[in-house]
Ligand binder design. Structure first.
Ligand SMILES: [Zn+2]
Ligand SMILES: [Zn+2]
Length: 351
């Protein structure tokens, strides 16, 4: 597959062999000035606007979420009462904080990844003893990144960087406020169901499914950040494969081709029977992440698109000073009503 690409040094248009670029991005040179077409792995994607790599489903789902009554009120409640601080306090007390003088090997990865994505700060990072390989991000005023010990054990350095890039993508793309809100909402729903508050039903469930849907779509954007940092879609796919089905005993036998083949099989299966598509939607409805094969399919498609190579060649949409830190503007306007009263009633849950 070939694409046309502008040289970032002399602006000459070059024909790019995508398969060759996927194998060796550093080998892609401008035919005229011989300069490297793509930014090196340590170069900064200066002022990268997240809309340059945002998955269209992410934007669509976020707009749908913003239209659900109660979202704006809920987010304002969250910001006003600083509820995200509870997570930070929890981590500070219980998990080891990674810094330049504590577990430096991981700190270096986090610092360089945040720099690559031009995040503007290095997230606070914590290491958590847990048997499930996992990573997550919280924090409204400042970002916190958590990595489990089994994640560090399962992945090699390039794969761990891919996971960190995924989380930094969530931060860079402005997902964290909504993700933190989602985590608190799920907690509230659990408490409300126990207490059987009468207003907990339809409003909470509508918000719950809207948040879940958006969370799954936001994953597709964060997966793209993995590609922007690693520049290696096989590393990204191998990371997903290991997180889905990796065991130290079977690692030598895992192949990303198997994952892509399985994605194709599921796609063919679901197109044969209309009911399967409904079942797939239903099976994913309560999940925070899309199933592994769908994520692999989206990463594979984007790696073969012109979009990612344009960004890596430095031709991307840049943030303007106006776009920076617009969290308030992202929150839908407040609509007073029953939901606000419900949130006011909930305050005693946190006392
Ligand atoms: Zn050139
Ligand atoms: Zn994620």
């Amino acid at each position: 597959m070939e694409r046309e690409l502008g040289c970032r040094h002399c602006k000459t248009r070059n024909r790019l062999d995508v398969e060759e670029a996927l194998r060796n991005p550093d080998g892609a040179r401008c035919g005229r000035c011989k300069g490297e077409l793509f930014l090196g792995p340590a170069e900064v994607l200066t002022s990268l606007d997240p809309r340059a790599y945002e998955h269209p489903l992410d934007r669509q789902a976020l707009e749908a979420l913003r239209r659900v009554p109660g979202t704006g009120t809920f987010l304002r409640f969250l910001l006003k009462h600083g509820l995200d601080r509870t997570y930070r306090l929890l981590m500070k007390q219980n998990f080891l904080e990674v810094r330049d003088d504590r577990v430096k090997s991981i700190h270096v990865l986090v610092e360089s990844t945040a720099k690559r994505m031009d995040l503007g700060s290095v997230p606070e990072t914590y290491l958590v003893q847990h048997p499930q390989p996992n990573a997550w991000t919280t924090g409204v005023e400042r970002y916190q990144l958590c990595l489990t010990t089994s994640l560090v054990e399962l992945l090699d350095e390039a794969e761990l960087r891919a996971v960190i890039a995924h989380e930094v993508g969530h931060m860079q793309a402005g997902h964290v406020l909504y993700k933190t809100a989602a985590a608190i909402l799920y907690y509230l729903i659990g408490r409300l169901l126990v207490r059987a508050t009468p207003l907990a039903g339809p409003v909470m469930l509508a918000l719950y499914f809207a948040f879940r849907k958006w969370e799954r779509c936001a994953e597709l954007t964060a997966d793209r950040a993995e590609l922007l940092v690693t520049r290696d879609y096989r590393t990204c796919l191998r990371t997903h494969l290991k997180l889905a089905s990796g065991s130290p005993k079977t690692l030598p036998e895992l192949r990303v081709e198997h994952l892509l083949a399985q994605a194709k099989e599921v796609e063919e299966l679901s197109s044969e029977n209309w009911l399967d598509q409904i079942i797939i939607d239903w099976q994913q409805a309560g999940m925070t992440h899309p199933f592994t094969v769908w994520r692999a399919k989206h990463v594979d498609e984007w790696a073969h698109s012109g979009e990612v190579w344009e960004i890596l060649a430095g031709n991307y949409r840049r943030r303007t000073p106006k776009d920076v830190k617009v969290i308030e503007a992202e929150i839908p306007p407040e609509k007073p009503g029953k939901f606000k009263k419900l949130l006011d009633d909930l305050k005693d849950l946190f006392k």
